[in-house]
Design a protein around this ligand. Structure first.
Ligand SMILES: [Zn+2]
Length: 440
């Protein structure tokens, strides 16, 4: 598999923009990173699920991205990601997108025909035994039984990814898009040894995969911090990176293949580990964030006061009313404690400061309320249903919203992951410029 065509750089950031109004403010965060000496390539991601809930078309993401790039005179690459697409949903993404996250998590555990499993095992005797990985401090021990188990578990899913890849390739031409394979939306984490086996199967399918999104252990809920064992995450990430480097050499996968971390945004506690691992192993990552930019829109509206604050309160009240329906599509990636949700009456009396400090993710701020944050995160349907009323207020308060969007993306995500600047999640925005002393 030789590399021709589009090639994703070492550092890239996936960012979501539900209402297609913040692309410029998001891109400005990458401009700031560049000013600090690190090139972080922006990728605008929006899943089919989001498009359906909002009632938008993938072409709108492309239009917003193109306009932002032109407005800020961004000369580096940028991409539009058909996030978590499948064979059934990829169609309308083909024209506007040039990055495809092929999601085959639903097929994990469906056994491929026994003959295919046997053929895979025969083709890969090198996967059996003790495999020493450059850069890793432990070898993979893969027995005949565990190889067979992994093949039974993942081979059908990888073959499905091959079918989807070929459909995209037929429409766009090889090299004209970045393929990612994602397996993160499933119950059980994949071990680094399983990742190596999956990559061997991906190479067999002829998919020139540039990013791979495994499921890591721990909880990656939307818009809130990581819940899990930090040391285990760091060890797992390092072994995944070693497995990737090994697979690139052994199976001829693209040499820029890297991990895609579907963070769900705001995994502040693992960001230092991600940064440290990248430095230590000289590798990059694609950090995919969720659509938390929409929460910055709410924060900006609340901060603006007046009609903006009133609308932000109304959205909360309606989200609370429709909690079950809003949470349902996101059930596996949110943990809301209903007892911690304030009543609409209480929120109605809030000042801008009370609203923003409950919503803004600043660990250590006693007013920060992760349950409220998660409910509002999945509550974008309410704003979508308001249509022009919501968008008009966004446009009227664009300056304050844009400031929040840029600051959030740069100070809370880019700075800790790509610049190695952290401040324990507390008012990073204000201190980041003075803290930047080293470059990745
Ligand atoms: Zn994902």
């Amino acid at each position: 598999m030789t590399h021709q065509g589009l090639k994703l750089s070492k550092y890239s950031l996936g960012t979501g923009d539900r209402f297609a109004h913040q692309a410029k403010a998001q891109l400005r965060a990458c401009v700031q990173a560049r000013a600090q000496g690190v090139e972080v390539i922006p990728v605008w991601n929006k899943s089919n699920r989001e498009h359906i809930i909002i009632g938008s078309e993938p072409a709108s993401v492309r239009q917003a991205a193109d306009a932002a790039v032109q407005a800020l005179n961004w000369k580096l690459p940028y991409y539009c990601d058909a996030d978590h697409i499948t064979l059934e949903t990829v169609g309308r993404f083909l024209a506007p997108c040039d990055f495809f996250t092929i999601d085959v998590a639903d097929f994990i555990g469906q056994a491929a025909p026994p003959a295919e499993i046997d053929a895979f095992i025969k083709r890969h005797p090198e996967l059996k035994g003790s495999i020493d990985l450059a850069g890793a401090d432990e070898a993979f021990e893969i027995t005949a039984a565990s190889l067979k188990q992994a093949a039974q578990k993942f081979l059908a899913a990888v073959k499905k990814a091959g079918v989807v890849y070929r459909k995209i390739e037929k429409a766009k031409g090889a090299g004209n898009f970045i393929p990612e394979v994602s397996m993160d939306e499933t119950d059980r984490a994949q071990s680094p040894a399983e990742l190596l086996i999956i990559l061997a199967a991906i190479a067999d399918e002829g998919i020139p995969v540039q990013t791979i999104a495994p499921k890591f252990s721990g909880r990656f809920n939307k818009g809130v911090d990581y819940v899990g064992n930090l040391a285990q995450f760091e060890r797992e990430m390092a072994l995944d990176v070693a497995a990737i480097a090994h697979a690139v050499k052994q199976y001829g996968l693209p040499e820029n293949l890297k991990l895609s971390i579907h963070s769900g945004s705001d995994k502040f506690s693992i960001y230092p580990a991600i940064h440290a691992t990248m430095r230590r192993l000289n590798c990059g990552v694609h950090l995919k964030t969720a659509g938390t930019t929409w929460l910055e829109e709410l924060i900006g509206l609340a901060e603006a006061g007046g009609d903006g604050l009133a609308l932000a309160k109304e959205i909360y009240a309606q989200a609370l009313d429709h909690r079950a329906e809003l949470c349902e599509p996101y059930a596996t990636v949110i943990d809301i404690d209903p007892a911690k949700l304030p009543s609409p009456g209480e929120v109605r009396g809030w000042t801008p400061e009370q609203y923003t400090s409950a919503l803004r993710h600043v660990e250590g701020n006693p007013a920060y309320n992760p349950s409220l944050r998660q409910l509002l995160h999945v509550g974008f349907k309410i704003a979508a249903q308001m249509g022009r009323r919501y968008l008009d207020l966004l446009e009227a308060n664009q300056a304050v919203i844009a400031r929040n969007v840029t600051e959030n993306l740069f100070a809370r995500h880019i700075a800790p992951v790509f610049l190695g600047v952290t401040n324990g999640g507390r008012s990073q925005a204000r201190s980041v410029n003075s803290l930047v002393t080293e470059k990745v």
